[in-house]
Design a protein around this ligand. Structure first.
Ligand code: SAH
Length: 352
């Protein structure tokens, strides 16, 4: 049990109500009781599963898309092959396996993994082998092209929430009501960074920002424009988000976000427009995951793998293909945004 509630109540007692962002940071990354710090949350025994854990095809196709992008940019002889929030390391392991046959790709690639959780770093080490780990993207080499992937990373970054009032915005905060964590509203204040949301919201509506996510894509965009490379950002969310998307998952079931901090995965939908606008390089259109994977040839790959399978293994392979691509499963919920240099073609599967 790692219930952070007493710790969070004490913090509110000492400092007053906290932002949703501070709540998420504590719940997910508290050094001894945070959700990601203390466990491997993935897989059937965990709280949720992700595309790379569902099928090797996901990482294989992304690996080949990154390798083609690297070739399209002249196959630079030294580059960073990086992943944000690699979980168990499965995606990077599949990327590396699928690209083994691409001449010179492995010789040129230096693997960099950005991971906050010591527990997951250990898993990544056994899955990926040789790599350099980083706490943030700020320590990635800045003198070589950067080819990067992030799957279900941006949804875990802390968000802030604001409810529109008659004149300004009330920040949604977390307070102590009779010894329980509860949502409250801060005072109405001007929020210049939300000026662009005045046209598409009315009083009472809630909008979200993700300052860490925006800062990361700002850095990535500048890096990709100046040193070359590309980023594939894959997550659930929309071009513009509206309303409360804070959610928590425990044992593969939805739970109230404030109920069990430290024991549930807490995420929010990604506002892709905000990420794209922060990046100084070019970006693709937001592409549905199902469409992206079909364009990369998942059906052909699925058929080739199916030829070697039978019985239960074949059934679960067919189900995995459907789960990744079908519009009623992950195919439409998850989306891909590619960042790439202004003078380069977009990565395969991502149209502009
Ligand atoms: N990409 C993996 C795991 C997704 S879960 C997959 O698709 O299976 C989110 C991952 O991001 C975890 O590895 C988590 O520890 C990491 N993470 C969350 N917040 C982070 C932060 N602020 N900095 C670095 N890593 C973070």
């Amino acid at each position: 049990m790692t219930d952070l509630t007493p710790h969070l109540l004490a913090r509110i007692e000492a400092h007053g109500p906290m932002t949703v962002a501070d709540f998420m940071t504590e719940a997910l990354l508290h050094p001894t009781m945070g959700y990601y710090t203390t466990r491997d949350p993935l897989g059937a025994a965990g709280d949720f599963t992700t595309a790379p854990e569902i099928s090797q095809m996901f990482g294989e196709l992304i690996g080949l898309a990154l390798a083609q992008t690297w070739l399209d940019q002249g196959a630079p002889a030294l580059f960073s092959l990086a992943e944000l929030g690699p979980g168990r390391g499965t995606l990077m392991a599949d990327i590396l396996r699928a690209t083994r046959a691409v001449p010179d790709f492995h010789a040129a690639a230096k693997v960099h993994l950005i991971e906050a959780s010591p527990t997951l770093r250990a898993k990544q080490k056994s899955a990926v082998g040789e790599a350099t780990w980083h706490d943030t993207i700020d320590t990635l080499p800045d003198d070589q092209p950067l080819f990067l992937v992030a799957n279900e990373f941006f949804d875990a970054l802390p968000i802030r929430q604001y409810q529109r009032g008659p004149e300004g915005w009330h920040e949604r905060l977390i307070a102590n009501r009779d010894g329980a964590l509860t949502f409250a509203l801060g005072p109405e204040l001007p929020q210049p960074q939300l000026a662009h949301r005045l046209a598409d919201t009315t009083e009472g509506q809630l909008v979200e920002t993700c300052p860490t996510g925006t800062a990361i894509t700002q850095t990535l965009g500048a890096r990709i424009q100046s040193t070359k490379g590309a980023a594939l950002l894959i997550d659930y969310g929309d071009w513009v988000s509206l309303g409360d998307t804070l959610q928590a998952l425990q044992d593969h079931r939805s739970v109230p976000p404030l109920a069990t901090p430290g024991e549930a995965d807490i995420t929010a939908h990604v506002d892709f427009e905000a990420l794209a606008k922060a990046a100084a390089c070019d970006h693709s259109r937001l592409t549905l995951q199902g469409v992206f994977l079909e364009r990369l040839g998942i059906t052909q790959r699925a058929q080739a793998l199916a030829d070697r399978l039978q019985g239960e293994a074949l059934n679960s392979h067919v189900a995995a293909h459907r789960r990744l691509t079908h519009p009623s499963e992950m195919g439409n919920l998850f989306k891909v945004l590619a960042l790439f240099p202004k003078d380069a073609p977009p990565p395969p599967g991502c149209a502009t």
